[in-house]
Design a protein around this ligand. Structure first.
Ligand code: ADP
Ligand code: MG
Length: 594
């Protein structure tokens, strides 16, 4: 061991610290917005380019930085927010570690303009990789503007790990939501590539939630309020009828700081017990005010996990006050007499008399004849299936080969309302109906998107769908794809679309849900693994429209499903990479029963 111990130079130490604090553009956004909040700003503007990869700029009208302190602000452990260790237990600011600016400056190019009320002009400093490259004066108004360019310019590995602009933008929007919700009194503006994404006026929590997530939440909000010696709790939960299968709007704020806590989340879920279907998640926006002495925020560099002194009591308070409010604000649907029903009818249909929907009648239908061919079967006969089998992958050819010798009279049947059992000559296939149908639909949608040949159904009553800002962004990106799948719609305003047509098999009642799903953010793991936008939409639609586990299928429907399924290019895995079927060999059965 020749090597001696040395102290790391500052720029190296800063780069290492940056690794903890700055993972992606959204981390920079979080830190800069928090600094602007701590500076007492009334209006904060966030400007980004290319999802923050090219530029992240935050402009505030806060206190500004004293000219003598500017360079110090970019040193590690330099903060104006605490002085002594005891201050850690009386925190009222977002920041206190004095690490963010040093970390950001270590891995980007930073330009800061700042001016306090005492300054005649503003001071401007440019820093690249922790080195000051220019110092000057400028004409910025009171407050601070920090522009961060070329993120990770000196750490190519990090830069290469960044996800698509779409994914990074959503992470940024998430951070923006959290800070915007924690500070409804502050006005926030947000621009991406020159387009305004959010313009949130100064308001209260209720209005802020609606400004971010759309006015349609208005009727769903149930207020929560409770004051005890330990904490002041306030906020909103959404009625259980609005619960979603994807984890959507779940926000805890402690002393105006967004935090994650699986323990408190559990408390909320337990209050909803019995009111949510399995797999559905509650939505909530809850603020807890606690004595800073009773919490420890300093357990993680990003400060989103905290320790509570009396977690058990908080659990009980949350659970009981939510249960209480769910009880007062009746959660079961009731007739709302104050609601103006005529507003629900689209304007163009207001004075029209209802007309009966067109019904297709098969005049040759005879219920006493067996083997009726149902519309769901695309007129391909079961017998034709085997000759049409396309065998693509090795695995399939191995498992499905015997099919070719199958007697043509074989009947399939459904098991546990979940699987289709398909007996073959020397084996048996157990096929997951949901996954098989997802596969069928997924391949069909992908094909439709590329060939632009789809069958669309006209809606008798056009549906109006309100979009929040997130969904508006998504719509721009998905418009062409939705078109080619048979969704027909018109933009009535920035926030409102009118849907007049939908894909052939799309159940009318589900359409709104499906569009929302396509246009909404989804679980990250899912988002980051799709190949393209078309792929994501096809997967989502397939997931939404596929036959579910538990759906009872008529024998013709079972056969038609298999018919379509064996026509797929890939038959081993579902679009979500789940195995679709297992095969049980005759020999295995004989061995087991020997
Ligand atoms: P921390 O927020 O933990 O104190 P930072 O590295 O984020 O550390 O910032 C360092 C210091 O720079 C802050 O303590 C604050 O004094 C000053 N500062 C940073 N951003 C702003 C801003 N937008 N307005 C005023 N002061 C700022
Ligand atoms: Mg800070």
């Amino acid at each position: 061991m020749k090597k001696r111990i040395t102290l790391l130079p500052d720029h190296v130490a800063n780069q290492i610290a940056a690794g903890e604090v700055i993972q992606r553009p959204a981390s920079v956004v979080k830190e800069l917005l928090e600094n602007a909040v701590d500076a007492g700003s009334k209006t904060i503007k966030l400007i980004i380019k290319d999802a923050g990869k090219t530029l992240i700029q935050v402009v505030d009208d806060g206190a500004g930085i004293n000219s003598k302190d500017i360079n110090l602000a970019f040193e590690r452990h330099a903060t104006s927010k605490i002085n002594i260790a005891e201050d850690l237990f009386a925190l009222t600011t977002k920041g206190f570690r004095g690490e963010a600016l040093a970390s950001i400056a270590a891995i980007t190019h930073v330009e800061i303009h700042t001016r306090t009320s005492k300054d005649e002009v503003s001071n401007c400093v440019k820093i690249e990789g922790n080195k000051v490259v220019d110092e000057n004066f400028s004409t910025h108004p009171i407050g601070t503007s920090i522009a961060v360019k070329s993120l990770f310019y000196n750490i190519p590995a990090r830069r290469n790990f960044l996800k698509s602009d779409n994914v990074e933008l959503r992470h940024i929007i998430d951070e923006f939501h959290r800070i915007g919700l924690a500070h409804p009194m502050i006005k926030f503006l947000f621009y991406n590539n020159g387009n305004e994404i959010f313009d949130l006026p100064s308001s209260n929590l209720r209005k802020r939630i609606l400004d971010i997530f759309g006015n349609k939440l208005d009727n769903l909000m149930v207020p929560i309020e409770e004051t005890t010696s330990l904490t002041k709790l306030n906020g909103f939960i959404l009625k259980p009828s609005h619960a979603k299968k994807t984890k959507g709007q779940q926000f805890f704020f402690v002393n105006n700081r967004f935090i994650r806590s699986s323990f408190l989340h559990h408390a909320v879920c337990s209050a909803f017990e019995g009111l949510l279907k399995q797999g559905y998640h509650p939505s909530y926006f809850l603020q807890l005010d606690l004595d800073p002495k009773t919490i420890d925020i300093n357990i993680h560099p990003t400060k989103t996990e905290i320790k509570f002194e009396d977690e058990q009591s908080l659990y009980a308070i949350l659970r009981s006050s939510i249960k209480h409010s769910l009880g007062i604000f009746q959660v079961t649907p009731t007739i709302d007499f104050e609601h103006n029903q005529t507003l629900e009818v689209p304007y163009s249909f207001k004075d029209k008399a209802p007309s009966p929907p067109p019904i297709e009648v098969n005049s040759s239908f005879n219920p006493f004849v067996e083997n009726v061919s149902l519309p769901i079967s695309k007129n391909k006969q079961w017998e034709g299936l085997y000759s049409e089998l396309k065998i693509e992958s090795n695995l399939v050819s191995k498992s499905l080969d015997p099919l070719l010798k199958v007697p043509q009279t074989t009947r399939v049947f459904q098991l546990f309302s979940k699987y289709i059992v398909c007996p073959l000559q020397t084996s048996m296939l157990l096929i997951d109906q949901n996954r098989a149908h997802q596969r069928v639909l997924y391949e069909r949608f992908l094909k439709e998107i590329t060939t632009k040949k789809c069958v669309s159904q006209q809606l008798l009553f056009p549906k109006e769908i309100l979009l929040n800002s997130n969904q508006q962004i998504q719509l721009e990106q998905s418009k062409e794809i939705l078109d080619s799948l048979g969704f027909q719609f018109e933009l009535k305003s920035k926030q409102l679309i009118e849907l007049t047509g939908a894909p052939e098999d799309c159940p009318i009642d589900e359409i709104e849900n499906i569009i929302e799903n396509i246009l909404s953010k989804n679980e990250d793991s899912f988002d980051e693994h799709h190949f393209s936008h078309a792929d994501r939409v096809s997967k989502l639609l397939a997931k939404n429209l596929a036959i579910k586990s538990g759906d009872l299928l008529k024998s013709e429907e079972q056969q038609s499903l298999l018919d379509d399924f064996f026509g797929c290019k890939e038959t081993t895995v579902s679009p979500f990479n789940k195995q679709i079927f297992i095969s049980l060999e005759k020999g295995e059965v004989e061995q087991k029963l020997n």
